[in-house]
Design a protein around this ligand. Sequence first.
Ligand code: UTP
Length: 244
Amino acid sequence: MVDNLFFRLEPLSKNNVVAAMRVVIRIGGSVAASPPNPELIRRYAELITDLRDKGHEIAVVVGGGKPARDFIKLAQELGLSEREQDEIAISVSRLLAQTLAMKIGGYEWKNIPTSIDEAAKTLRERSIVVMGGVKPGMTTDTVAALLASEIGAELIIKASDQEGIYTRDPRKYPDAEKLDETSFDELEKMLAENKHKAGIHQIIDPEALRILKEKRIKTIVVNGFKPENILLAINGVKIGTVIR
Ligand code: UTP
């Protein structure tokens, strides 16, 4: 376990309005990798460097998206076990993490942390860390929540393929309404009620939500196809759906 005392941030200079924050950004594979989007990955690399230069500490967790699902299907067709399918999906998410990390920092970034502790250490050393999955049987939402908890993050931002959280699945119901704010309790209830409706459960993994609720980590779901939304969320501008 990493001692959170190592993570004290220095205050920013008077010229900066927003205080330095420790933030976890969970970039959906559905956003950056379905299909892999070089322009978006380039913009995320710039954004992450820019945030670091502004004094923030940025931990990024990337999902596997469609490439991971394609490999899971391949593994299924080959009769590989669920654990093996997960291991393959984790490798795909790490490959995407590696690509983004290299674009941020060059070849010395090629090693992607394979555990939460290792990621916390890299963050402490470099103020930026990029990672994918860590272990079979979980999602990258949970990885992001565990990392946020370990490093004592003030904020976690989920860069999703929707504008935020809706009352119903917006891909199916045109009358679905976007929520500007919700609570962990309300969202837990919504996820339980909609358990069997495809799409809804994918907003955020209930296991991740449980961790974020327990640690009371402010969570914002935004449209990740517009990386500037991340900056707006960090700057306290009303965007996406805020969960607290
Ligand atoms: P995710 O479901 O977390 O990422 O991981 P995604 O597909 O990119 O989701 P969106 O589009 O961003 O919302 C894909 C799969 O990888 C395996 C699981 O099988 C998961 O469903 N995985 C991922 C693990 O087994 N362990 C991990 O730590 C991460």
